[in-house]
Write a protein that binds this ligand. Structure first.
Ligand SMILES: *Cc1c(COP(=O)(O)O)cnc(C)c1O
Length: 487
């Protein structure tokens, strides 16, 4: 039986099988990386037809299963590292992040309790301490790694809600929601991430609890409208449980005026959560760190490392300014984080997380920081911001293109604009350009709306992409647009 044992262990057979399977997989990845195309261009229908599970009685064995994954998954994957792959906040990954994944996966530590991840728990705690320092929080370890921005935003909103009820002497954790719930509001800008809405619905307060604050011409929260919305809420007998400010909106990369928002919120004892899923990358920047001034005033912060920190998915963090608020989600499970453990000072991170079993994603950022060092990490982050400015300048110089908004982080919003195109026609045309480029496998550009204007979006995270690469992409946008327009 032992030579058939499929489990990873220290046995001679298992180690041999592990090395073979990993070797075969990395060889396949190397071949895939060498593929020149961004995407093979298969349609939804073609992939549905092609991809089928082969779950046989005897099993195919590791080698055949890997071969099938290469054939049906790898070959038709999107090359996220390709210079023409710039649609989303979806980053190419660091080599060191790949190495970290090998260690994370093979050890399979679980971050819920110290006895399932002893050294990993300490590394995560030290990294949270370090991240708090970068943000400008006081020393401490209140915070945790998460699956990403959506979960971090949920933690911020949930603790804000529970702190709001706690101030009125009510424990949501014990007794659930109470009172006239339609009067409880969250304010965020029109350009805040949709996870605010989804999370409020999940928390039992519904989309109706989200009041959208207007934005200025750069998609940043408009402070006058924020004051107005706060005054209106008061006049309507509503209570604002939180303001969500965004540091780096998903399309425009806009950073709300963090310090001013915090000052307004402080007057009324309102929780401020800053969604810095994207803009948080500037914590490491040399040139642009000051864009985040005021972040340290937030009650809680979302950071994502699988965006402009170039870590593999998933890797995010939630930081909480005042550790006492963690009491609001306290749950003591006898088998994981008992009082006994806590009295002994044993750190069981389940107490800080919504998840129970949890990956050791922190190792990726830890190794990334150590491997790259401050200077190189800053450079690869700053590169995208600087490149976006250069690309915007180039777009302005092209008669067939129109810059829709001046870039703030690493994205460029623009559109193809034929001479005799009407508004509706231009919107549809830009949508079709995006679709046609992906279908051809040549490029993946984003299609979105800015202030009601349908436009194309380049998210220029990839630090090895240069202006010349983007010029090639823009030439295909123009060629494709011209062709569709003339057709
Ligand atoms: C990407 C993003 C999110 C969601 O984060 P996930 O990691 O995808 O869950 C939230 N907010 C902003 C501003 C984002 O850009």
């Amino acid at each position: 039986m032992s030579d058939l044992n499929p489990i990873l262990s220290g046995s001679v057979q298992s180690i041999a099988a592990y090395q073979e399977a990993i070797e075969q997989s990395t060889q396949a990845v190397v071949q895939w990386l060498k593929q020149p195309e961004m995407y093979q261009g298969k349609t939804v229908a073609e992939l549905r037809e092609r991809i089928n599970l082969e779950f046989t009685a005897q099993g195919l064995g590791n080698q055949a299963a890997i071969e099938r994954a290469v054939e049906y998954f790898l070959k038709d994957s999107l090359s996220v590292h390709h210079p023409q792959c710039v649609a989303h906040l979806h980053c190419p990954s660091l080599v060191i992040s790949q190495a970290a994944e090998v260690l994370i996966n093979a050890t399979n530590q679980s971050m819920d309790s110290w006895d399932q991840s002893p050294s990993a728990t300490i590394i995560e705690i030290k990294l949270i301490e370090w991240l708090r320092e970068q943000v400008g929080y006081t020393a401490g370890d209140a915070g945790v790694f998460t699956s990403g921005g959506t979960q971090s935003n949920l933690m911020g909103l949930m603790l804000a809600r529970d702190a709001f009820f706690a101030r009125q002497g009510h424990s949501v954790q014990q007794h659930g929601l109470t009172g006239n719930l339609s009067k409880i509001k969250v304010l965020c800008s029109e350009n805040a991430h949709f996870s605010v809405q989804k999370n409020m619905a999940l928390m039992g307060l519904g989309y109706q609890s989200v009041t959208l604050v207007k934005t200025d011409q750069f998609s940043r929260m408009d402070l006058n409208d924020l004051k107005e919305k706060l005054a209106q809420a008061k006049a309507n007998g509503e209570q604002v449980m939180a303001i969500v400010a965004t540091a780096g909106t998903t399309d425009a990369g806009a950073i709300d005026p963090l310090a001013d928002i915090a000052a307004l919120a402080a007057e009324e004892q309102i929780w401020v959560h800053v969604d810095a899923a994207w803009g948080g990358a500037l914590l490491l920047s040399e040139k642009y760190r000051h864009f985040l001034n005021g972040l340290e005033l937030a009650d809680s912060v979302t950071l994502d490392f699988h965006k402009q920190f170039f870590q593999t998915i998933s890797c995010g963090a939630f930081l909480l300014k005042d550790a006492r608020h963690y009491q609001l989600m306290r749950y003591q499970a006898a088998y994981l984080n008992s009082d006994f453990d806590e009295e002994q000072g044993v750190p069981n991170l389940v107490s800080k997380s919504l998840q129970t079993t949890r990956r050791f994603d922190a190792l990726k950022l830890w190794m990334g920081l150590e491997a790259l060092g401050k200077k190189q990490y800053a450079e690869i982050i700053d590169n995208g911001v600087t490149l976006a400015q250069q690309v915007a300048q180039f777009v302005v110089e092209q008669p067939q293109l129109e810059l829709v908004m001046h870039p703030q982080l690493a994205s460029v919003l623009f559109r193809f604009r034929p001479e005799n195109g009407d508004t509706a026609g231009v919107a549809l045309l830009n949508q079709r350009i995006g679709d046609a480029l992906l279908a051809s496998g040549a490029a993946n550009v984003g299609v979105t709306e800015a202030d009601g204007v349908t436009c194309l979006k380049l998210t220029l995270l990839n630090p090895v992409v240069c202006l010349e690469d983007v010029k090639v992409l823009l030439a295909s946008v123009i060629a494709c647009g011209q062709q569709l327009h003339n057709a």
